[in-house]
Design a protein around this ligand. Structure first.
Ligand code: SME
Length: 160
């Protein structure tokens, strides 16, 4: 089943327009995508804190709290500032198994003028769940999310 990413983006932007609080926007961002993507067991944000990523709003089972830059799929995406689309996490050297149900993973870095401010991590129980189309759609959603956070810059970014 394919996801209508354009519709998802306009739903997110409508939600974001109702209130610009970064924490509330982040929580709704992950809840919206999770509710619309089939075959996902975990979806959430890790935010940059110095040289590591710290768990933020998510949907799914409780997960590892801190991931150093450069470690695991999330830490690799953050360090290289490049999306990681992993068809089989069991052959990814260094994969951090938070939820044993996860078999494939898509991690998109969130990048603004300061660099990588966090990542969006999506896990699936299906091997090879994420297509190039999913990657492009989720990257567009993340770009929209980062743009919506930016007006908060003068007031600080809230938690992110
Ligand atoms: N598997 C991730 C860790 C985060 S959890 O999947 C929620 C990784 O290797 O970075």
């Amino acid at each position: 089943m394919t996801v209508d990413y354009a519709r998802l983006q306009s739903q997110f932007e409508t939600l974001a327009d109702t209130d610009s609080d970064a924490l509330a926007m982040s929580a709704n961002f992950v809840a919206l995508i999770y509710s619309e993507m089939p075959d996902i067991n975990w979806l959430g944000l890790y935010v940059t804190r110095g040289n590591e990523l710290v768990l933020g709003p998510f949907q799914g089972l409780p997960a590892c709290i801190r991931i150093p830059f450069g470690q695991g799929v999330c830490g690799t995406a953050a360090q290289e500032a490049v999306t990681q689309r992993v068809a089989d996490v069991h052959v990814f050297e260094d994969h951090i198994a938070c939820d044993l149900a996860s078999n494939s993973e898509l991690v998109v870095p969130l990048i603004d003028y300061r660099g990588v401010i966090g990542v969006l991590d999506i896990d699936s129980p299906l091997t090879g769940r994420f297509s190039a189309e999913d990657q492009a759609g989720v990257e567009a959603l993340c770009a929209s999310f980062v743009r919506r956070l930016s007006p908060d810059a003068s007031a600080g970014y809230g938690f992110i």
